[in-house]
Design a protein around this ligand. Structure first.
Ligand code: GCO
Ligand code: MG
Length: 404
């Protein structure tokens, strides 16, 4: 095949489940040959879309589609300042689309370009939450009956604030609006949650929990110590990225497996955590670090230090992003587990070729490239909202903003 070049690049913004998603489509000089990639930063989806149109397109149209590494490196430094969430997501959309194109040109799935399968499917963990401990437990039971082996348990969302009806009594006069929560009440609720789950399900079920950076560092250490007898599968985001040096104390005080990464954009945020073995699972949001190209490098770097992958897989990762996660999952020896928020019916229709979940495992198909497509006409029927998120206006009882 003669030289194939990038002919057009554009964003497709769609919200099949009400969550804004950004997909990038890269069309080539070869009629009918195109790729798609995930560029989803849901809180700033418009900024990513503009970046794709205003900068990635003029930068890359005419470039050789085979030069994935060079295009990634060139895109990363093109704005001089780099490693931010908006630019990284725009780069990810192109990067994943180029891997998709390369697979299509070679008539093979992307996982074969990453070293081939080391497993047939990726074991997933699902999200259980609820109004009461019994509700959370019932949700765990449902997942176990579906064959899921690891469940993330939360009681009242992040910060356990959903049912803290006493919160108003803790606020000062004239408290401004926000997503208030009580750190102490939350911290105590987590040990109650794990006590309940272990009494109901025993010690063999994998249970993880997402602190979502809602505790002061020393209280995060205290919580990790308190959970040790309950043998969590992992404790996630116990600290905000700005306080990761406290992980040394977590490590010295407990053997609770530590997961961190969805908020990282920049290698300098995770390099030392990995090389000093201060975490057990790296959880980056792959589009947040720039796509498959950096994620594969990060996964291999982690393998050297015995750190496993648990890529971010929430509702604000697109099905294309979940497919990209999965091609890495099935081809990485140090894969740990895959977060999977599930696909709604609209998503299944907008994104033909979604990976299939069967008995707790997510299966890729054997189609060339990422194995997933997007129905652009149908995508248009689910416009993205421009409303700003309220949950990130996270506040402690006295009104202090907390990392969300
Ligand atoms: C997770 C994450 C998400 C994030 C969300 C932010 O572990 O899946 O914490 O729930 O809060 O992706 O937009
Ligand atoms: Mg999380």
């Amino acid at each position: 095949m003669s030289l194939v070049t990038i002919r057009n690049i554009y964003p497709i913004c769609t919200a099949p489940e009400g969550i804004p998603l950004v997909i990038v489509k890269v069309e080539t000089s070869e009629p009918g040959l195109y790729g798609i990639g995930c560029a989803t930063f849901t809180q700033r989806w418009q900024s990513v879309a503009h970046t794709v149109t205003d900068y990635m397109k003029p930068l890359l149209v005419g470039k050789d589609v085979s030069r994935i590494e060079d295009i990634w490196q060139m895109s990363m430094v093109s704005a001089y300042w780099r490693n931010g969430p908006v630019l990284n997501n725009a780069i990810s959309g192109v990067d994943e689309a180029l891997w998709d194109i390369k697979g299509k040109m070679l008539n093979t799935p992307v996982y074969n370009l990453l070293g081939g399968k080391v497993r047939e499917a990726a074991r997933v963990y699902r999200h259980a939450d609820g109004k009461t401990l019994e509700d959370v437990g019932d949700r765990v039971q449902q997942f176990l009956e579906e064959g899921v082996q690891v469940v993330r348990v939360q009681h009242g969302g992040y910060g356990g604030n959903a049912y803290a009806d006493y919160l108003d009594s803790l606020k000062p006069e004239g408290a401004v609006e926000g997503a208030y929560y009580d750190p102490l009440g939350y911290e105590l609720s987590v040990t109650e949650l794990f006590e309940y789950m272990r009494n109901r399900f025993g010690m063999k079920v994998g249970l993880c929990h997402d602190v979502h950076e809602h505790l002061d560092p020393i209280h995060a250490v205290r919580l990790a110590k308190a959970l040790e007898p309950y043998r969590p599968y992992f404790l996630e985001d116990a600290l905000p990225p700005e306080q990761v040096d406290w992980f040394q104390m977590v490590r010295s005080q407990t053997t609770v497996p530590i997961a961190m990464g969805e908020l990282f954009n920049n290698p300098s945020e995770y390099n030392k955590l990995i090389s000093n073995r201060l975490i057990d699972f790296i959880r980056c949001h792959i589009s947040q670090i720039g796509g498959i190209t950096p994620a594969k490098k990060l996964s291999d770097f982690c393998e050297v230090f015995g750190v496993k992958t648990a890529w971010h897989g929430p509702g604000d990762t697109s099905p294309v992003g979940h497919a990209a996660n999965l091609h890495l999952d099935v081809s990485s020896s140090n894969f740990g587990i895959q977060e999977f928020a599930g696909f709604g019916q609209h998503s299944l229709e907008v994104f033909p070729g979604c990976p299939e979940l069967r008995k707790g495992y997510l299966y890729p198909n054997d189609k060339p490239g990422l194995g997933i497509d997007i129905d652009e006409d149908l995508a248009k029927k689910f416009p993205c909202s421009t409303a700003l998120p309220k949950w990130t206006n996270c506040r402690r009882p006295d009104g202090t903003i907390n990392r969300p």
